[in-house]
Design a protein around this ligand. Structure first.
Ligand SMILES: [Zn+2]
Length: 190
């Protein structure tokens, strides 16, 4: 049996003899273990490592829940076996995946509408850190009418050019979406 490396620095330890006792020591770290009567006992003591405390399945679930939702789960009344806690924890991964993809979807929808409404790309925050699904949804609801109005105006311009050969001079925001649609329909008339 050989001495395990020092758990802190990974260097091999040295056997240390002090009067009639033995121990192992990592000189760089100053870590000493063992005050034994034989070198064999000193080796056994040095090589006996206390394993780090492992988290229970329930603790792992609680930790993951806090990561996903940012709050403590209400588990005061619940007792489950380890397999059930593990299943619940793995389900949280799916919840997070779904939320991520939902977040990405509303973000894409918003940036596309924003560009349509303003004529230039969104240069604000990304979806990863600053917003949740419902706040992007609110922004979508704000920007959508403008995007639709502009879309209707573009359809009008395209149709007017086809018929008259030139774009009319009106500013795009002088009419509502429905008014632009009506104007476009009027152009279709012979
Ligand atoms: Zn060390």
């Amino acid at each position: 049996m050989t001495p395990l490396p020092c758990p802190w620095c990974g260097q091999p330890p040295s056997l240390r003899e002090s009067w009639w006792t033995f121990g192992y020591e990592c000189i760089p770290c100053g870590v000493r273990r063992g005050d034994e009567s034989t070198p064999e006992d000193a080796l056994r003591v040095w090589n006996t490592r206390t394993p780090p405390p492992t988290k229970s399945a329930q603790e792992l679930y609680v930790q993951r829940y806090r990561e996903v939702y940012g709050t403590q789960p209400d588990i005061t009344e619940q007792t489950h076996d380890d397999a059930t806690w593990d299943r619940m924890r793995l389900h949280l991964d799916k919840v997070e995946d779904d939320r991520e993809s939902e977040l990405a979807r509303v973000y894409r929808e918003f940036t596309s509408l924003y560009q349509e409404a303003t004529g230039h790309p969104w240069q604000g925050v990304g979806y990863g850190t600053h917003q949740n699904v419902s706040s992007w949804q609110d922004l979508i609801n704000n920007v959508r009418p403008k995007a639709e109005q502009r879309r209707a105006y573009k359809a009008f311009i395209t149709r007017a050019k086809e018929i008259n050969g030139a774009a009319p001079p009106w500013p795009w925001d002088s009419k509502s979406t429905l008014e632009w649609i009506a104007e476009t329909n009027l152009l279709v008339q012979p």
